[in-house]
Design a protein around this ligand. Structure first.
Ligand SMILES: Cc1ncc(COP(=O)(O)O)c(C=O)c1O
Length: 361
């Protein structure tokens, strides 16, 4: 028998979450963001759930090829554009739209031989300071692109640093507006947090994390608040139980010591599966759908859980690390990420290759 750990992908939940993005931005077209292998879900596994999107946004040419291989003939956007000049050949061949964020990418386009002019998204750096033209050089970049026979439509794009937090987006919206207000073209402005928290007009929104059932602004809001559903479940089983006496400890470093008699279970999951080692004692977990906590350090292949709330649990009992448990139970990935000092994005993306993944019925 293989190790009992498994990840389940819930395509119906993805479709539901994408519909939430549409409802929150009713006038916009929606990019389903499927970079990082659909945030760890697998592009092919996510495709069915996300196929009602207006387009797929991603980074790698290889991922773009996989989206086309799924049979998708609609828009595909490379969010960081070309990494070298010859990437544009595949853009022409697969009809990929691409971001232009620096002058070198315009130089490559100017040299590119194509019968099919490209659709580009010109990116402005409105304050994030990762990619994009600063306000002072944005219009010159637009004029240069507009003069190229290799380019047809130019959309305008920017990305917010604080859409999920207190600082918000007003300062970046103002900078973007000031630099672009009289330029033609569609706008693509909002990521998940901006879609949910800041109702601003955008022709294209870029729905990433919300499509995957994680709240972009947890713990301020959770997925129940935003009406989102988990799209990834990580579950396993108990492979042993132990009874600790007062003063007994568990796991490496003896980081947890039982204050009194305590029955624990040993679950077949560890950091080599992508369950974070930073999850300390008290991280929420479900046993047979009942909420309990981890105790002690996470090891490579195992973690201990407190069986106090589930006295009937035994070897073979179901353990849900995040996602959907039995009897309608749920453990949002954001709660586990929070306990590990990180965000849901990282846990999804870090699901280890050794974990078998199945699309749920
Ligand atoms: C340019 C860009 N747009 C959209 C997204 C999607 O963001 P989110 O997953 O927060 O919706 C990302 C993700 O990092 C991004 O880099």
């Amino acid at each position: 028998m293989p190790r009992p750990i498994q990840a389940l992908i819930h395509a119906d939940a993805m479709a539901h979450n994408l519909a939430r993005a549409r409802a929150a931005a009713p006038d916009a077209k929606v990019w389903a963001v499927v970079k990082a292998n659909a945030y760890g879900h697998g592009i092919e596994r996510a495709f069915d759930g996300l196929r009602s999107a207006d387009g797929f946004a991603l980074l790698d040419l290889a991922e773009a090829e996989r989206v086309r291989a799924c049979g998708w003939r609609g828009p595909v956007l490379l969010l960081e554009g070309a990494f070298e000049a010859r990437d544009l050949e595949l853009c022409s061949r697969l009809n990929l739209w691409h971001v232009v964020h620096c002058s070198q990418q315009i130089d490559w386009l100017a040299e590119h031989k194509t019968h099919q002019p490209h659709r580009v998204f010109l990116k402005m750096n409105s304050g994030m300071n990762r990619l994009g033209f600063a306000a002072a050089s944005f219009r010159a970049a637009w004029a240069r692109l507009n003069a190229l026979p290799q380019v047809d439509e130019i959309a305008l794009m920017t990305h917010y640093s604080d859409a999920d937090g207190e600082r918000g987006i007003a300062h970046q919206v103002a900078a973007f507006e000031a630099a672009t207000h009289d330029l033609p073209g569609e706008r693509s402005l909002s990521n998940s947090a901006a879609v949910l928290r800041h109702r601003l007009r955008s022709d294209w929104v870029r729905a990433g994390i919300m499509s995957y059932g994680s709240a972009p602004d947890f713990p301020t809001h959770d997925i129940a608040h935003w009406g989102l559903r988990p799209t990834m479940t990580l579950h396993t089983q108990l492979i042993a139980t132990q009874v600790l006496q007062a003063g007994d400890s568990v796991g490496y470093g003896s980081s947890f010591t039982a204050p009194g008699p305590l029955r624990i279970g040993i679950a077949a999951v560890g950091y080599a599966d992508g369950y974070p080692r930073h999850c300390g004692t008290g991280t929420p977990v479900l046993v047979n759908g009942v909420r309990t906590r981890t105790v002690g350090r996470v090891s490579m292949d195992m973690v201990a859980v407190d069986l106090t709330p589930t006295p009937d649990a035994n070897i073979g009992s179901e353990v849900t690390l995040w996602g959907c448990g039995p009897h309608g139970s749920q453990l949002p990935i954001d709660e586990v990420a929070h306990a590990a000092g990180t965000i849901g994005y990282e846990l999804m993306c870090a699901l280890a290759a050794r974990v078998p993944v199945r699309v749920a019925e």
